[in-house]
Write a protein that binds this ligand. Sequence first.
Ligand SMILES: NC(=O)c1ccc[n+]([C@@H]2O[C@H](COP(=O)([O-])OP(=O)(O)OC[C@H]3O[C@@H](n4cnc5c(N)ncnc54)[C@H](OP(=O)(O)O)[C@@H]3O)[C@@H](O)[C@H]2O)c1
Length: 376
Amino acid sequence: MASETTLAPTHRAIVLHSLDTPLKVEQRPTPQVTPGNVVVRVLAANVLSYGRDILDGTRPYPYPKPYIPGGSAVGRIAAVGSDCSTFTPGQLVLVDIMMRARDDTSVSYLLGIHNGFSSKTVKLATDEWRDSTYAEYAKIPLENCYPLDEARLLGDPASGGLGYTVDDLTYIHRLLVPFGGFRDIDLKVGETILIGPATGPYGTAAVSLALALGAKVVAMGRNAQVLEQLATMSDKVKTVQITGSVGADTEAIKKHGPIDVFFDISPPVAAESTHIMSGILSLAHSGRVSLMGGIAGNISIPYGAIMFNDLKLHGKFMYERKDVRMLIKMVEKGVMGLGKKVGARVEGKFGLEQWDEAFTAAKENAGPGQSVIIAP
Ligand SMILES: NC(=O)c1ccc[n+]([C@@H]2O[C@H](COP(=O)([O-])OP(=O)(O)OC[C@H]3O[C@@H](n4cnc5c(N)ncnc54)[C@H](OP(=O)(O)O)[C@@H]3O)[C@@H](O)[C@H]2O)c1
């Protein structure tokens, strides 16, 4: 295992200089550890289905350039700062790119994806915490690394292990997003949750997670084939196809009710979709809505229905630190499965030089349980 003293002076990293020029793999100085952080050898970093759109400006996510893009990852500690009490070199960790200012934890952004919405987040992303995980090594705040029980997670099932691979573990990040929303909205065992759209990467992860948490699921989406696949996961999953008619879809959803929670994970292009209105209108009295999609603009909401039915609307950006620890525990205890247990699979694993193929594969493999990783 690498240790602080054995790190080479340079490492390979993908660098974005401008939205108009292609990414480049460059030799960069290896990040140096200082108090408050660790340096991680990145083993596998997630690629978003819309990752290319971020890096070519189709999704206008602001970020100071040049920078090393990245996604949440699994890695091994390579070097620890003098104030580190938990980690040791070689230890397997989950790397979370949800950055929070240490002096104001409400200030948050995504390392290597989006520099947030305030001058404070832009400052952090510009000055100290800019480079992310599409690199051999990444400097990560101590508190953004979570220990993983390697013997349990990767160990042989014959000796009490769960038999996962490092690649399987990257799905924890996919589950974390809906987990943040479910915890925020207080999804309870036995409740019925409407998930829409349920056919994309986060939507399908939300379905698996809701089942593991003991909820019944109504999966809503446009794609009949994927909905059929979701229905085979459990007899607790019912499906409703979005037809574009708010009235008809609301009635179809209500047949599987009462609906306690509506979890929305719409991409920006779904801003005009009727499912948001039918989702809210199908809720039972005192129902809760979790808005976690990527819609940046305005949508119309049924004001009267929200008021008369005591509905609660929550927005949630990512998740809390305690959620990360709790989900890891669920996975380590075997309550939440990964890999084959939930139909999750890494469809493509690419080196840094293969970034173009990685982004293409991520877009093409955005169905139930599918994911793509970069393994630097
Ligand atoms: N709040 C947070 O912290 C957070 C974190 C991560 C991601 N997000 C947001 O979550 C969104 C979903 O991410 P993702 O990776 O799962 O999927 P995505 O690739 O962004 O979107 C694909 C999903 O959206 C559906 N869809 C696309 N166009 C639609 C339309 N016009 N009407 C209805 N449904 C439509 C697709 O359904 P079909 O199968 O019918 O095409 C599929 O279910 C992202 O766009 C992102 O902005 C938010």
